[in-house]
Write a protein that binds this ligand. Sequence first.
Ligand code: SF4
Length: 468
Amino acid sequence: MAEEIQLDISPMYEGERIRKDDLWVELGGPKADGFELSLAASMDEVEDGKVTIVGPDLGTVPEGSTVPFGMVFKVAGPLIEKDLESIIERRNHALLSAISGFMHLNQRYDIWMRVGKGLKKKGVTSWEQIFKPVTVLYKNEMPFIEKMEVTVYTDPAAVKEELAKAREVYKVRDDRAKGLHDDDVEVFYGCTLCQAFAPTSACCVTPDRPSLCGAISWFDGRAAAKVDPEGPQFAIPKEGLIDEIAGEYESINSMAEQRSGGEYSRMALYTFFDAPHTSCGCFETVGFYMPEVDGIGIVDRDFKGATPNGLPFSTMAGQTGGGKQIVGFLGMGILYYFSTKFLQADGGWRRIVWMPKALKERVKEGISEEMFAKIATEEDVSDLDGLKKFLLKAGHPVVDGVVRTVDSKKITEGWKFEDIDDDIKEKVIAYIEKTGGDIDTEKMIEELVMSEGQFMQVIEALQEDGVL
Ligand code: SF4
């Protein structure tokens, strides 16, 4: 058994970042497999305080390394039910970050952790010296946990194998959540866990608007509010409907106002534009509006390249997070892409114009059939010009104006020139001269990269000028 070490644990370390110079070892993250899982078990299945290590122990890891890492927390207690697993798992972010010299980011299969050199100097040589005190910390913070044991995986093959098993568990949780809808329930759940990092952030988790971190479902919110009504997850009665299509309720608005300390007073569930949901920083994906095409792109953490607007996920994540309502950017969880109310006020899938191929495949089931081929990926386009061409060719609804599925209302005008300058006019005149006025619409779209409506707009302007 490893020698006991007194770790420095306090909420004041929660925002601590471990930079490259202070890094002992990096766990998971963009360069290695990683996962976290909490599992509910019966009292006799858990040996309280036990830490099992599968693979090399911490002391053998050279400074500056990145290693695969998995951690499974088995928890038991009379009040513990399966729906609490995600709640306990979600607390990892704050509680592990409360250890001085230890950093935890993201969730589930996206975890990215760092151990600082400070812990090495303190004499830490084993995972046991970190995770044994962690079991005590979790029991103090969540008194419904009576027993907890931890298994740490560092052997690369074991991490891979256990990650595959963990993905199955996440899938079962997600599939269960997909079967329930907002119309089936009378209560939503709020969550303010991320206020430690984003003080004005307040999430509203509903069956049709799952959490942006992907870690808390409506069922999880319900289980957590039941065992700890004063805790970070709490009930929001579904009351005072203001706008059914945008998902705006008086009860959510007053929760948002109160929990954000008055930073904002409205928060709607199914919209990108008017009083959108807040985004803390833990979102699985970011939605970003591209005014040039009047459409929304989506990008996830795994996509490392630049999106058509030239920005990668990391840059947009910085603009999106912080617990604010940022019009033009929105943090969203993967599960939301399967929701029947997905951005329904803004046209839902009819407004989505670009997403990484891997993400598109992953959420394929959620994308409406009419739209699947009309959404570009990095394999189709690399910049805005290419995106415009793709959307024109695909006959994407944003080109001629989006008609909302939910109420058949036309909500966008389609592409129009706000200002027809001389360059545009000259381009069209040159094209007419070249073709002798025999216009093939498809070829015109390809060559001039403008919609038929925009082309006619220019023709009218030229007629007004007396040129045609
Ligand atoms: S992102 Fe929202 S739902 Fe998820 S843990 Fe943070 S506050 Fe809770």
